[in-house]
Every structure is written in C-alpha cells, then in structure tokens.
Design a protein around this ligand. Sequence first.
Ligand SMILES: Cc1ncc(COP(=O)(O)O)c(C=O)c1O
Length: 428
Amino acid sequence: MAKQYSEMSKAELSQLNSELQKQYDEIVESGISLDLSRGKPSKEQLDLSEELFTALNSSSQCISSTGFDVRNYGLLQGVEEARQLFGQLLGVPAENILVGGNSSLTMQYDAFARCMLFGVGEHRMSWMKQGDAKILCPAPGYDRHFAICEEFRTPMIPVRLTGHGPDMDQVEELVANDPTIKGLYCVPKYSNPTGETYDEKTVRRIAELKPAAKDFRVFWDNAYLYHDFGKVTEVANIFDYTNGTENEDMVYEFFSTSKITFPGSGVAVMASSKANIDFAIKHMSVQSINADKVNQMRQVLYLKSPENVREHMKKHAAILKPKFELVEQKFHEAFDGTGIATWTEPDGGYFISLDIFPNTAKTTFNLCKAAGLKITGAGATFPYKKDPDSKNLRICPSYASAEDLAKACDVLAVCAKLAATRRLLELE
Ligand SMILES: Cc1ncc(COP(=O)(O)O)c(C=O)c1O
C-alpha cells in the first residue's frame, strides 16, 4: 500500500516528485494521443442500433394510428405513437408529452428562452423583464446547463450535492427567501458527472418546494433514466408529487434517445403539465410547423416498447460496464493509500467524477494536455468554471477502446500525482 502523500517528509516528496517527473517525461517522449473527454457512445454501441436504418422502409408505415401521414406537415406535439411510448417510458400521460427534434438540450435551451422572453405561462411577466433572474445549479454539474445560463446572463448559484441529490436544506432556504431565484437544474439519475441518483425524499422535497418566485421552474433533465449498468436504480417520478398540487406547473422534464440509439439522430422529449405543453406549443408554432416526424416514427418502430428499451439498454451496459470497471480498477491501483484522490463508482450513466488533490486540477489538465491526453477542462463541472477547490475532473470512459482507456488512466494518474507532489512541495 502506498504511503499517504500528506505524511511524507520533504525528502520523500522530492524523491517521489523526481520519479514521477521521469515517468512523465517518458510519456511525453512516447508521443501518445488519447482522449478521455468525450461523453459519447463508442462505435460498438452505435452498431447496436443498426436495425434503426430498416425499421421504417415503406410509406405505409408512415400512417400513424390516428390516420395521419407523418411524412406531411403537422403534429407539432409529436406523433401519437411516439407520445404514447415516451409517456410510458417517463410515466406520464401522452397528452403531457411533447416529442421534438433530436436534441433535449435544444428543448432545454428553448424552454429556458421562453421563460426569459415570455415568462412561464399566460399572464406571467418574462424573467428578463423582472430583472435579475437567478438559477440554482447543483455542482459539480453539466457544463452545458451552465452554458445556457451564461448565454442568457442569468446568474448561477452553485448548490452542494450530497451523493443523493442537491442539499435540500440549502435549496429550500434559498428559494423560500429570494423571489429572484427562478429555477433549479437537476439531473436526477446518474447525474453528470457525479453519477448520483436523487433519493425519494429529495425528489419529494423538490416537488414540494415553496418558492418565493411564483414563476419558479425546475429543469428536470432525465437524460440517463434508462442507462443502468446492471441492477435498475429507480428514481421517483417527480410528477407523482406535483400533480394536483399548487406546483403542478413547476417541472419541465427532458429526455432523449441520443444515448439509446444515435446522438444527433434520436428524438427528444419534454414532459410537463398540459398548461406548460400548450404554452410551449403556442410559441413553438411560430418557430416551426413540426419536428422530424418520420424519425419519430422510425424510433418508435425500432424501440417498440419500454420492455424492449430495457433489453436494448442491457446491450449498452454490457459494453459500458467493463469500461467503467477498468477505470475504477486503474484508479484503485494508482491512488489507493495515497490520500490524494477519490472518485465515484456509478451504477450507470456516462461519467466518473474524480476529485484529486486540492488546487491541482488545472496543473493536471495542463500536464495531460502537454503529454497528448485530452481530458474535460478543469473547472468545467462548476458554474463559471470556478471549482472552489480546483480538484474536480470529469472522466468519460465510454468512447475509448479498453486499451486506450487503460493507457489514458495511467497517464492521468501520473499527471495527477506529479501535480500533487509539486503542490505539496510548494506548501512545505
Ligand atoms: C445531463 C445531460 N443532458 C443532456 C445531454 C444532451 O442530450 P441531447 O443529446 O438529447 O441533446 C447530455 C449529454 O451528454 C447530458 O449529459
């Protein structure tokens, strides 16, 4: 077992630093080119959905159950079959489902933009006109959520994560006392990047929030709802707690088939109250006559049923799980006993969150970059890229081959250790 770095004498640290520097120089000389930054499916995973190409191959399949020819203009809320299937997948009635184009991120951006420009519904003043709308952002979190807030210049307030969702004492207190706090971002299952799933109590407390802002909204990004590696982790259906209450309109849920079939060619979904769906459609009808309904039909014909989606996701899991296990094994080998790193070992999703020695994330990132290993930018997992401890790195095991993944973890470990010894020597 390695010795804790913090217990090493200056001489021991210097010695270790020299050894690590030598290992690092050898890596640089070997000229690697590796990437741990891509949270996207591998080719092998994409090949799982090969039959999507032939699932819809005749015009007769384009007539929906309502008799509508999906090749033609119309049905802005989405094809009936698609709304039925996604309703079943998300546990909401089809009338509360809006099926769109390929990207749930686009839907989230549009939903946010509508709040900013038009408010949250009829008779509500736009967030923008009210002045300083602020958004609560559990962190570490998804950088693209933060990017949406930055785009609209909506100040972000970071919220602690507890391992089973946001710190609800903090959230409740903030929203109850500040009417300028208008929103909360959530990735309730296999959160990006910590991999945590909100427990039932947290989901209920979110649903039962008593915000000072009457136009407060929860952006419930359920991107990883079906991305279990083995045992199925259940996340409570937030609408079970908001339906029929004064918070009936508070939640916009988002989902897509990006990481079920093909990212960029899947379909995205928004689930919300009927009033919210109608309000969205009213504004969307100015933007577009409809989304790609032929693709909606194709996805439904391919995915068929919730049971079939679960079976399909087991095939993704068979490819992803060994990659996550490999990273975890590599991190154990590299860091156990050193006291300089902790990491999450999620039961699903796409990310591992690695915390290294405080104030070394930037140095580690730069060392990796100079050696030919690309990792997600230091700070990217926090609003304004400000990681208060400069220690969090998002690891994406999905895309690389097992061989590259193993090499990349070795390189990352050398860089993180070298950065830690440098920092500790500075602190001496
Ligand atoms: C939490 C989360 N939401 C949304 C997305 C993107 O979804 P889509 O492809 O549907 O736009 C990602 C992609 O990594 C994600 O991690």
